[in-house]
Design a protein around this ligand. Sequence first.
Ligand code: UDP
Ligand code: MG
Length: 316
Amino acid sequence: MRDILYLVIPCYNEEEVLEETAKQLKKKMNELIADGAVSRESRIMFVNDGSKDNTWDIIQKLHQKDEIFSGVALSRNRGHQNALLAGLMTAKEYADMVISLDADLQDDINAIDKFVEKYYEGYDIVYGVRNKRETDTFFKRNTALAFYKFQAFMGVDAVYNHADYRLMSKRALDGLEKFKEVNLFLRGIVPLIGYRYTTAAYNRNERFAGESKYPLKKMLAFALDGITSFSVKPIRFVAMTGFLIFAGSILVIIYSLIRKIFGFTIGGWTFLACSIWLLGGIELLGLGIVGEYIGKIYSETKQRPRYIIAEILNRK
Ligand code: UDP
Ligand code: MG
């Protein structure tokens, strides 16, 4: 008896691609079932993220016609990450392993075989990693690269060239469930779960129909979430700058006093120069210290799990 695989696909206004996507995924799933790689109870689960078009109608029809398709509808649009989480948490009640992918099939579905193989080798998380980015525009490719670099610099661990195309085992999803944060950035949280993980390379294709639901504005907000949800380093930089200016102000004071003593100055300049530097430094430093406390409060309010147990050995 093989394990049950669920494919989870968040969908927002995807009526143009959904039927084709369903067709291709069904073919893939049936191959996997025929090969004995996954159980017959495996499903393709579409999550309707409050679409304004016919997406949900299409999902309902697919489900009526064929039990291999299942659907989850959110009460309103909650964004890609939340829709994905809703799908993962629903699927894990039925599945042994879940693979998340986008509705536009930009991620090559032939990689699914590799993901499943790695799962049977004992990996709990398999990250899909793009091996080339030629199909992205020059702009998207470079902004993405800059973002990864900047994120690493800010102290956030993320798998390079990995979007949300990945396999997770049931117990990895149980671990994910313990993360209660509201500002969701799954790519950053999943590595925090732990367990054995690996990567699998795949090709990224162009969206075959419809438009990207990630315009620049959303991409920037997403990028900012990816840093501020994981790191207090930006605050530390403010504190560091404050400290440097404070240290610098001592030099400025010495310099101004020397000029004053030797009379190379105009009235009131010494006082003003010293005040500006000293106050500026103290203010920034103070802000940074307050920021440290806010950072602590921030990480506490997220109530992240402090540990996730992988196994217990205990003889009665
Ligand atoms: N998506 C969603 N809710 C949203 C925006 C997007 O569920 O509010 C889904 C969308 O239907 C797709 C996936 O998230 O399946 C990724 O979106 P898209 O392909 O537009 O992003 P891109 O590949 O351009 O980064
Ligand atoms: Mg896409």
